[in-house]
Ligand binder design. Sequence first.
Ligand SMILES: Nc1ncnc2c1ncn2[C@@H]1O[C@H](COP(=O)(O)OP(=O)(O)OP(=O)(O)O)[C@@H](O)[C@H]1O
Length: 385
Amino acid sequence: MPEEKRYLVGRRDDGGEGLLFLGRYLALDGSLGAGVYLDVLKPHAILICGKRGYGKSYTMGVLIEELARLPFKVRKNFCAIVVDTMGTFTRMDKPSMECLKEWGLEPEAIPIRKFAPRSHIHSGDVMPLEIPTGSLSFYDYCELLGIEPLGEGGAELLNAMGESFEVEELAGAVEASSPIHGMLRMVASWGLFSGKASFDGLLEPGSINIIDLSGYGHEPEVKSCIVASLARALYDARVEARRREEGGREVPLVWLFIDEAHMFMDSGADLRAGRVLTNEWLRQGRQPGLSLVLATQRPSALGKDVLSQADLIVCHRLTLRDDVEALESARPAYVKEPVPDAISRLGKERGAAIVIDDATESYHVIKVRPRMSEHGGGEPPVYID
Ligand SMILES: Nc1ncnc2c1ncn2[C@@H]1O[C@H](COP(=O)(O)OP(=O)(O)OP(=O)(O)O)[C@@H](O)[C@H]1O
């Protein structure tokens, strides 16, 4: 039987190992063609964008599934960390028997684990996420507490800090009458930060770790603080390990997935998480082996850096002029067709996308493959008696 034709994005050669099956070519008449695969052996900065409900989280889930079913000899080089702001991916750790058959995995070999802040754990299969206070800077604390670093509150906090970054100790060190005292007490009561915690548990070779932050739905500063400290600690761990690694892997290469990335990287909001992700991960992440996958409805909100640093863009249907223009103004020379024209070719089909790939300097219209595990991002049904 002739071998099925396939296309690779993210890598120039046609090598066999370390490929994620993304979907199939989508022809104008709606028919599906050759398979499209994404390289996993090199670090990538991937932007998935699209209008609400057209397949961003679904596509992110496909990439996570594909990582989960990589053979262990390849997967052990990596670990994936998924920042799940809406609880979209929390059902992926218990795939159906049918899905396991597709993945070719025994139930005990599923590499997907779930973490959540202790106060948001409601079932026994979720592990507690604790943020090491050592990974927080003075500026992280200022953002978390909503105080100006150069203002009165900032000075008070800085005085209290001395050697300790422990939340309880800081609360004890500021005047009880100060508003910061109350805020630090509140932060301490969450049980989220600890001097004894470490992120090492997430760095298990071959593991896929879903971090459920949906409990902090209305607190962007808390989510930013968690993501900033996590992203910084992972970056430091890889930079350190890279110096020592020779012929083996000490700390796995990291794939960090961030859904609703505009929450952290909105150029107008200037959150700490956005700065770490842009400066350390997008600009400097290639050498330490850090891959970043961002999904957003609002590519125009992320700032020019994200569009210019992404080596692969998966663009689902977009209609807002600002967003289409942002992509058009970042269009590489090898994309001959204006972005608005390419987007209009997608029509209204969910899961259809344009893939713009720097490695092969090409772009393709594809339909992302169907999910194997349950997708948590669908719309809730309306029950009419
Ligand atoms: N590749 C696909 N194949 C089949 N159906 C899909 C595909 N992609 C998306 N869908 C359908 O579209 C729905 C919405 O997709 P998804 O949850 O990914 O939207 P989204 O773009 O992340 O939206 P939001 O911005 O609101 O989070 C899914 O529940 C699924 O039914």
